[in-house]
Ligand binder design. Structure first.
Ligand code: AMP
Ligand code: GLY
Length: 426
């Protein structure tokens, strides 16, 4: 099969690595890709926002399957456009991608189908929103309805913070994404990421994972795209897993089908394990980054038949197998991220780091110039370790981090810390 992968992050490097291992593969391209992906796929400089250009490439190269990594092309309807051109694509339609591109859409779906989530209201003007937060007080969560590159959520611990967030969103900081605002009850508990492949009718769960969204150790500092992840997480017990499937994932798939917008692709639920049971706080319609990196390391099955089964509505009898080993990834980011950072700084020691047993390195924002790897983004590298336990995976990942010579980058030092503590006490 000929496959085209869209995207350029660590998530896409992990997907490229996994797809490249498939015996079904003939040729793999990635648009636009990065320096690491170039080892697994032929990188092509297509603008993936230009759906016509993507379709032309697929036709010229007899592409059998397109795998879409990030949310923006999904929200822009790339799967619908590929479909109309007769090209198979893994991912949801534009309508179904509203689970990520409109927080209000998801909250209304939860209300209609009795899916556990925080109480909420939708607002299209600042005055009504301000009156609501004043009546409910803090902590409270203010969310821009649309896609805001991960910056559209403000967890307000005080009323003035909530008021400022409302003013900022209706002031047009996020453009059209902030024209509507959702205000949501603050949920307490542990946050986990839950993934399922869906084919419009059926959902099959993937392994559990946990992200680390804040930039600094001990979950301090601003939110980022994700600074590290591990899988499996001991906090998703078989009972919790079953509850998430029965109360959140399956009712969502059934509800989307009933509404005439069936969901195909990978559904990523952000779930808070609250004292009252698991509650949904957001959906994404793609793999998490960096959760995908650890999931790909642990997936034993060939992923290509799973993509095809999702596209073709054939997941019902599908079975995915996983390695028992744990996996953990540490994100290395450019100094200054998630604020301003420099590009073009040189990274050495990658081969020495990758030589450690159980270590795999996935690139995010990198370019290759004259045989050297240079940083080219905020999140730059994913240093991954596998092992019999989370502790072993963690030890290997940090050993590898310590071999990397990149004075202009940093990482968190506590990825997987809570799971390691749990292992120690268990
Ligand atoms: P997002 O950018 O949508 O991933 O959300 C950023 C973060 O906000 C999430 O990872 C959660 O930690 C937090 N968050 C979102 N909704 C809630 C909520 N209702 N209660 C508490 N925290 C929340
Ligand atoms: N890991 C967070 C995200 O992919 O949105």
């Amino acid at each position: 099969m000929n496959i085209l992968l869209l995207g350029s992050g660590g998530r896409e490097h992990a997907l490229a690595w996994k797809i490249a291992a498939s015996p079904l593969l003939t040729r793999l391209w990635c648009a636009p890709g990065n320096a690491g992906i170039a080892r697994e796929a032929e990188c092509v400089a297509i603008d993936i926002a230009d759906h016509g250009a993507v379709i032309d490439f697929c036709k010229a190269n007899a592409v059998d399957l397109v795998v879409v990594g990030p949310e923006a092309p999904l929200a822009a309807g790339i799967v619908d456009d590929l479909d109309a051109a007769g090209i198979k694509a893994f991912g949801p339609s534009k309508q179904a991608a509203q689970l990520e591109s409109s927080k209000g859409f998801t909250k209304d779906l939860c209300r209609e189908f009795d899916i556990p989530t925080g109480a909420y209201r939708r607002f299209s003007n600042a005055n009504d929103a301000l009156a609501y937060v004043r009546a409910h007080s803090a902590p409270i969560v203010v969310k821009a309805d649309g896609l805001a590159a991960g910056k559209g959520v403000v967890v307000a611990t005080t009323l003035p913070q909530a008021e400022d967030a409302i003013a900022m969103m209706f002031d047009g900081t996020f453009g059209a994404a902030g024209a509507e605002v959702v205000i949501e009850e603050f949920l307490t508990g542990r946050e986990i990421s839950f993934f399922a492949f869906c084919d419009g009718e059926t959902a099959i769960p993937l392994a559990s994972a946990q992200d680390h969204k804040r930039v600094l150790d001990h979950d301090e500092g601003p939110n980022t795209g994700g600074m590290g992840a591990y899988s499996p997480t001991p906090f998703v017990t078989p009972e919790i897993h079953q509850q998430i499937m029965a109360r959140i994932i399956l009712p969502t798939v059934a509800g989307m089908k009933k509404r005439g917008t069936p969901f195909r692709g990978v559904l990523y639920a952000g779930v808070m394990l609250t004292p009252d049971g698991p509650k949904l706080f957001e959906y994404n319609v793609r793999f998490g980054d960096p959760e995908c990196q650890v999931l790909m390391l642990r997936m034993m099955s060939d992923i290509v038949p799973a993509f095809l089964a999702s596209c073709d509505g054939q997941l019902k009898n599908f079975n995915l197998r996983w390695y028992n080993e744990a996996a953990l990834t540490v994100v290395m980011a450019a100094n200054g991220y998630p604020g301003d950072y420099k590009k073009g700084t040189r990274i050495d020691g990658l081969d020495e780091a990758a030589a450690i047993e159980g270590v795999e390195i996935f690139h995010a924002g990198t370019v290759s110039r004259d045989g050297k790897i240079l940083a080219n983004g905020g999140r730059v590298l994913n240093i991954c370790g596998s092992g019999k336990t989370i502790s072993e995976a963690q030890r290997r990942a940090y050993q590898a981090v310590d071999r990397i010579d990149w004075p202009d980058g940093f990482c968190r030092r506590d990825i997987g810390g809570q799971a390691v503590e749990q292992e120690g006490s268990g």
